[in-house]
Structures are given as C-alpha cells and as structure tokens.
Design a protein around this ligand. Structure first.
Ligand code: G16
Length: 543
C-alpha cells in the first residue's frame, strides 16, 4: 500500500466543544483541515495491532467525502480494518452500539447533531473510545494540543470505496466492511422492550406520529415502528435522509419540529408524538396537546423503569447534567438509588456507566439514554415511552400529571439567545461573575439568593476535575437560575438561561411553565442585564 506523508500547517481553532469539533462545512473543506484533525485524533491514540475503527455519520452534506479521507488515513495510520455504515450513515447511538458489539478500537462519528446541514451550514467530527462513548476531556484536550503543533499527516493512496453496497473490500492487508446500519441496532431495541405489548397497543387503535426531520433515524424508524411493531407507514414523517435535512433545522423542540407540533396540537391529534434530531441521539416527547419537558421525561422513565423488560430488575442509579431539572433526583430518592449531577456533555456519564453506578442518564437538551450504549439515544427514549404507555394503559398527559402529584413538579424552561456576538455574551457572564460576592442573601420579590457559584465537578470514578461548567444562582425556596454559554454552536455565542421552580401545590402545577416562571425570568434579566448588554429582548428559542 502506498502511503503518502503530507506536509501541513496547524490550524489553531480545532478545539473540540461539548461534543467534538463543529464548524461550518467551508471550514472543513479547506485543504488539510479535516486531515489535520483526524491525524491529531490518531496521534492521541496508541493504536494496537489489528485494530478496527468504526466510521459513520448522520448523512449530512460532506459526510461521504469525509469518510473516504478517514478510511484512507486509517489505513495509513495502522488500522487493519474499518467498519462503515451503508451509505456512510450510522446514527450516533447505533455507532456506539457497533463499537461495543464488535469491540472496535473506538470510532469516528461525523455529525453536527441538530445543526442545519448543507454547503453553507455545519459539519462535525468526534472520536468515541472503545466503550462506545464520546472521548473524555483528557483525550479531547490531547487532540487539541496535538492539532496546534501538527506538521504532517499520513494518507494511503486507496481507491474510493463504494459505500452503497454491503460487503467487504480487501485492499493490500487492509479491510473495509460496509455494514447494514440498521439491523444490529433494531435487534438491540427489540431485545430491550416489550414489543408484543407495544404491538397490541397500536393494534388497539392507539396512534403515534414520529418525525425523523429528514435526518438519520428515518431508516431505523421504518424498520422498528413499521416493520417490527406494525405501525402504519403514515405514522412516520420526514423519514427520507437528505444531505441538507430537507433544508430544515433538525432540532426536536417546539420551535424547530413545528410540523409535528401542529399535528400533536391539532384536530385528531395522535396519542403519542415524537421527533429525533440530525444524528438520532436527541428526542422530543409529546402527547395529545401535551409537551413533556426532557427533564420530566427522564424522571418519568426512571419512575416507571420496571415496566420495561430491560430494567425490570431496577436501576443501579441515575445521572443528570447540572442544568437539567431536579425532577429525577426526587424519583431517585424515592427509589433509594444514587443520583449524580454532572456537567453538560454526554461524555461525563461514561465513567459512571462503565463503573456500574448508573443505568439511566439524561439532559435538559432533549437527551435521554441508558447504559445499553454510551450515547444518548432518541429512538430508545421513544420506545421507553411507548412501552410505558402500553404497559400502563394511560395517556401521556395523565402519566405526567400523576407524576407531578406524586413527586411535585419542577417547573422548568430554557431560554436560548442564539448568535450573540461573543464579546457581548462574555460581558453578560462577566457581569454575573462580578456579583458573586454580593448576590447571596439579596431578595428579589419572592426569591432570596442562597448561593451563587460556577459549577465544578469531580468525577467520582477517576477523580478528574472539570471547573467553570456554568453559573448557578440558587434560591432559598429551591428555585434556581443557571447561566452558561453553549459549547456546540458555530456562529457567535449562544447564551442559555435555565429556569427552574419547584412546586407541590396542585393548582400551581397546572400552570403554563412560562407563566409560572414569569417572575423568575424577570429576576434573571435583572441579575444578568442580558437585554441591556446584548440588545436582545426575547430569546431565540424557548424550550
Ligand atoms: C451535545 C452534547 C450534550 C449537550 C448538548 C448541548 O448534544 O452531547 O451533552 O447537552 O450538546 O450542549 P451545549 O449546551 O453546550 O450546546 P448534541 O445532541 O448536540 O450532540
């Protein structure tokens, strides 16, 4: 095999964010940009003999070209084999499952998740380790350090692989196997959930609607919901994967999954509706005229886990990211199991799952998952809900209202201000930090500040410390405001304000979240001075 060593110059902006390196496609298309990052990944690893690499992406624009480069570089850097999803497509949870099932030496996942795709939009790349989970910070820090000093990369002169045909290609001691992207994952789901109960629930006349948002879960949804569970084909929408996700923004929330929301809130609404994102790891859950916040969804799945065959024996523990509401903490307390609070980023759950300390994890950012893989998993969450609906014979709304009655309600909302100039966003953060000493014991209407800090996490498994993970303003009544900058955007900065108020009062529980949080929202504006400092009067997205 002919291996070329290409001389290159470092790019200084290859710092992985919350979930890998995400940039505009045009940035990735610069000569050597992708290759530099891939070489930095490989140089951060000690690749053993005969190692296999899993490769796949969400099918977005530039996916196919990037995969050919990665295959050629894997061959040049000592991998013996690459497993790649057909058409270069693997959902993020399916890639995690493939890495774990076939014991590959990790994998490279190509996705910018829910961000739009196309020549002028976003692309992303991340490395997952052999446990199937996103590389922890010590590896992403090493990749960034290497990327700042890279001077050459290695690439093999191989012909382009036909990714459309399932099968194996041998190339001078190096093998590329194109695999069925869907089958293994669908088998895993079937082994975890009560498929016969869900089939009966559907056959009884209950209706579901699933929106793949023109992204990666389309083929998985057809196999699982239609072929294996017997849902009518019309219960699926936007299930053809397109390179630009149909020109949309595949973020399953009330703003961007507008078509589905109209159906769930329309006449003849289905009993259950759900959407997933670009790479299939996020989910949104809706009932008939009812939205379930991701934080409540996690809590409710934990509370009803015993109805699901895979969790019939109970949960080892649960974890949530810091900005996620404390609803699951209350369930954990009732179940007598541990609840861990981690920084934002799925990578922080990996150690807890590997150590057997937690079974379920979740984040407010529409991510829920369990130790069956090491990524959050959109379709898994949908199946959890279908299983609970079928086993309980209750509606989505009645399940959630009964949950609030039992545990109280953590009224919750996140306000995002997208595309804020970085200097202005930093000014907001600096303004709040400057008040750390003076805020405690200040009174804002019904809210008295009890504590203010910048969240720091010490991993209980390996002792690593992750500091500066978001500002917390904790009030004496248990309410809180969290402020942080997103680590996944590609343009300017996104300021996230997370608002949470707890109530056991049944009348209060019925209120719309924005109404119930109105005073807290005003307090957040007062403390952050966000409208004055950024000129933004309204959030871009409310979830
Ligand atoms: C990624 C991470 C999640 C995180 C989310 C939002 O999700 O995997 O753990 O919660 O980003 O992060 P941020 O608030 O920093 O934008 P995804 O679905 O984009 O891969």
């Amino acid at each position: 095999m002919q291996i070329q060593t290409v001389v290159t110059q470092p790019f200084l902006d290859q710092k992985p964010g919350t979930s890998g390196l995400r940039k505009k496609v045009r940035v990735f298309q610069q000569a050597h940009y992708l290759a530099n990052f891939v070489q930095s990944i490989f140089d951060s690893l000690d690749i053993p003999p005969n190692a296999t690499l899993t490769v796949g992406g969400d099918g977005r624009y530039f996916n196919k070209e990037a995969i050919q480069t990665i295959i050629q570089m894997a061959a040049a850097n000592g991998f013996a084999k690459v497993l790649v999803g057909q058409h270069g497509i693997l959902s993020t949870p399916a890639a995690s499952h493939i890495i774990r099932t076939y014991h590959t030496f990790g994998g490279i996942i190509l996705s910018a998740s829910h961000n739009p795709a196309g020549p002028d939009d976003d692309f992303g790349i991340k490395y997952n380790t052999d446990n199937g989970g996103p590389a922890p910070e010590k590896i992403t820090d090493a990749i960034f350090a290497l990327s700042k000093h890279i001077s050459q990369y290695k690439i093999a002169a191989l012909p382009a692989i036909d990714l459309s045909v399932i099968g194996t290609t041998q190339l001078e001691g190096f093998t590329v196997e194109v695999i069925d992207a869907v089958r293994d994952y669908a088998d895993l789901m079937q082994s975890m959930f009560d498929f016969p109960a869900i089939q009966r629930w559907l056959a009884d006349g209950h209706r579901m609607q699933f929106d793949a948002m023109h992204a990666v879960t389309g083929p998985y949804a057809k196999e699982i919901f239609v072929n294996r569970l017997g849902a009518p084909a019309a219960s699926l929408m936007n299930c053809e994967v397109s390179e630009n996700f149909g020109g949309g923004h595949p973020d399953p929330n009330l703003t961007y999954a507008e078509d589905l929301v109209k159906i769930a809130y329309g006449e003849h609404a289905p009993d259950f509706a759900a959407a997933s994102d670009g790479d299939g790891d996020r989910n949104m859950i809706l009932g008939n005229h009812f939205f379930v916040t991701p934080s409540d969804s996690l809590a409710l799945i934990a509370a009803h886990a015993k109805l699901i065959p895979a969790y019939a024996q109970g949960l080892a523990g649960v974890a949530r990211s810091m900005p996620t509401s404390g609803a699951v903490d209350r369930v954990a307390k009732a179940l007598g199991i541990e609840c861990y609070e981690t920084p934002t980023g799925w990578k922080f759950f990996g150690n807890l799952m590997d150590a057997g300390r937690v079974t379920l994890c979740g984040e407010e950012s529409f991510g829920t998952g369990s130790s069956h893989v090491r990524e959050k998993d959109g379709l898994w969450a949908v199946l959890c809900w279908l299983n609970v609906l079928a086993a309980s014979q209750q509606s989505v709304e009645s399940l959630v209202r009964a949950h609030w009655q039992t545990y109280g309600r953590n009224v919750y909302s996140r306000h995002d201000y997208e595309g804020v100039p970085t200097a202005l966003a930093n000014a907001v953060i600096a303004h709040v930090k400057a008040q750390f000493a003076t805020l405690p014991s200040q009174v804002f209407g019904a809210y008295t500040v009890a504590q203010v800090d910048d969240f720091s996490y010490t991993d209980p498994v390996d002792g690593s410390v992750s500091a500066n993970q978001g500002i917390r303003i904790l009030f004496a009544c248990g309410s809180r405001i969290v402020i942080r900058l997103s680590g996944t955007g590609t343009e300017g900065a996104t300021i996230r304000i997370y608002l949470e108020a707890f109530t056991e009062d049944l009348a209060q529980q019925q209120r719309d979240a924005q109404d119930a949080l109105a005073d807290l929202i005003l307090v957040s504006h007062h403390i952050t001075q966000l409208p004055q400092l950024t000129g933004r009067q309204q959030p871009t997205v409310i979830t």
